[in-house]
Design a protein around this ligand. Structure first.
Ligand SMILES: *Cc1c(COP(=O)(O)O)cnc(C)c1O
Length: 399
């Protein structure tokens, strides 16, 4: 799954180009930078690779989500519908905008259940944010239709699904805007970084300025730029962009390896009676960075986790139901509104209400789900060995 497994000569070369000039910033210094513009080059490569009209790099995936929401006009009191299974960054970004995260159930796609989204819509709903978890996608046609019917913004958190597609289009390019993260464990990495993708020029222009203190970037002298609106500093550095530029050139290789390893591993696991796999709305668009599978019951799932631990093969197998980062069950800091600074009353009320909310449908899915991260470094022989070992441990744990 993570591009850091393939860090090498190419990354060093790109970073060295930047070190040669010493211009670590993405803007200005036109003379001394000697034509080296890694951030711009990476943005162009992102547009070309993923078929997006526009791309704005940011300092992280969280910053990309925040920027996209700002550019889409999502702010104080606006409700953003998001799944109860995601990464904490999704609600962090919503809260940082003064907006209200509305958490709803997922289904067997491991992302937003369209019916749960429909049921959660209120007059304050401004945005639906599907999170394409673990390499694969939400039911985007259903969500697009709901958004169109209610005139709601669709913002895709595709941070974990770089290279995935839905009906021929790249995940992250289908909604009003979409984001990737290039943090250290994502499919391609910059070390730290993220991107907002959009086909809407206005959203792009706003994102560009928002990530750089509101600078309009219209003139040749950045110091003389005007500030049409407030912004922050969510800039990426040239060093980080340079790493990403080397990585994006290897994306096709990463995806091919993921697909091959994923399918070999699956061929073993699917021999176990009763095991099912995550539903993928467009199976040909899976990025294959994870293989997510379900046991028939929670008890059996816990037993398998124990058996994997005993057999020394647990690493890389995630039981999200018991995980601190990804599922609502363990987000006590959110549910108890443990903020360092005062939150708005509306935010406070909405998140403390989660203490008594139930997510039975999600629980019934997540408590039976194991996601296996697919490594880029496994040789074909090693995947077969791993698969055989999985099969043996599963059969004896479930017998
Ligand atoms: C990684 C991730 C993010 C945030 O990315 P950072 O670059 O770490 O800030 C957001 N959403 C999801 C689903 C992620 O996996």
């Amino acid at each position: 799954m993570p591009g850091f497994e393939f860090f090498g000569e190419e990354e060093r070369k790109e970073v060295n180009d930047v070190l040669e000039t010493g211009i670590l910033m993405r803007y200005g210094f036109d003379g001394p930078r000697k034509g080296i513009w890694k951030s711009k080059e990476l943005e162009a490569a992102i547009c070309k690779t993923f078929g997006s009209e526009y791309a704005q790099l940011t300092s992280s995936g969280t910053a990309a989500l925040t920027t996209a929401m700002a550019a889409l006009g999502i702010g104080a009191g606006d409700e953003v519908i998001m799944p109860a299974f995601t990464f904490v960054a999704s609600f962090e970004a919503v809260l940082s905008m003064g907006a209200i995260p509305v958490l709803v159930d997922i289904d067997e796609t491991l992302t937003l259940a369209p019916a749960a989204v429909k049921a959660a819509i209120t007059p304050r709903t401004k945005c639906v944010m599907p999170v394409h978890m673990c390499g694969s996608m939400a039911d985007l046609d259903a969500l697009k239709q709901i958004c169109a019917e209610h005139q709601i913004i669709l913002l895709e958190d595709a941070c974990q699904s770089i290279g995935g597609t839905y009906k021929g289009k790249a995940l992250g390019t289908i909604g009003d805007a979409g984001t990737f993260s290039f943090d250290f464990v994502k499919t391609i990495t910059c070390g730290e970084g993220g991107v907002v993708m959009t086909n809407n020029k206005d959203v792009y222009i706003k994102s560009d300025a928002f990530t750089d203190h509101g600078h309009d970037h219209l003139g040749v002298d950045r110091g003389a730029d005007l500030h049409p609106f407030l912004g922050y500093n969510f800039r990426i550095s040239e060093l980080h962009a340079a790493v990403g530029l080397a990585q994006i050139k290897k994306l096709d290789t990463f995806l091919a390896i993921q697909k091959k390893n994923n399918q070999i591993l699956r061929s073993y696991i699917e021999q176990v009676p009763g095991i099912e796999f995550r539903q993928v709305p467009d199976p040909s668009g899976d990025s294959f960075s994870f293989l997510s599978w379900f046991l028939p019951t929670q008890v059996q799932t816990e037993k398998v986790i124990e058996a994997f631990k005993e057999a020394g093969i647990l690493a890389g197998n995630f039981y999200w139901y018991a995980n601190n980062w990804h599922y609502i069950r363990k987000w006590d800091h959110l549910k108890n509104a443990k903020s360092l600074y005062p939150l708005s009353e509306a935010q406070q009320n909405a998140i403390t209400a989660l203490q008594t909310s139930h997510f039975e449908k999600s629980d019934a899915i997540m408590s039976r789900c194991i996601s296996t991260a697919i490594s880029l470094t496994w040789t074909e022989e090693q995947v077969h060995e791993k698969g055989a070992k999985f099969l043996q441990v599963l059969q004896s744990a479930l017998s």
